[in-house]
Design a protein. Structure first.
Length: 92
């Protein structure tokens, strides 16, 4: 296999990892920040839920967690593709 094919595999896997994993991660982070801001606002207005423990966060949904894991796996494939590229070019 030519080294260029390994580089293409790494680029495609890296792009797929970004396209799949990043939207799920950013949705989780934005929702977490929005919930924290809402909680702070309600506490400032004196209308916070006193029965809810502080720091209780919702976490990732199942779909978000799955997409992040798939993105991480594709990132690993991209890393292996780069390593294979350098190994193939170094043996010439």
């Amino acid at each position: 296999m030519t080294p260029l094919i390994w580089l293409v595999v790494a680029a495609v896997a890296g792009a797929a990892a970004y396209a799949i994993g990043w939207p799920a991660w950013s949705a989780y982070r934005h929702r977490d920040a929005r919930d924290l801001n809402t909680e702070r606002y309600l506490a400032w207005r004196g209308r916070a839920d006193r029965n809810r423990p502080a720091g209780l966060r919702e976490g990732m949904t199942g779909a978000e967690r799955r997409r992040v894991w798939i993105g991480a796996a594709l990132g690993g494939v991209a890393l292996l593709g780069v390593i294979a590229f350098f190994a193939a070019t170094g043996s010439r």
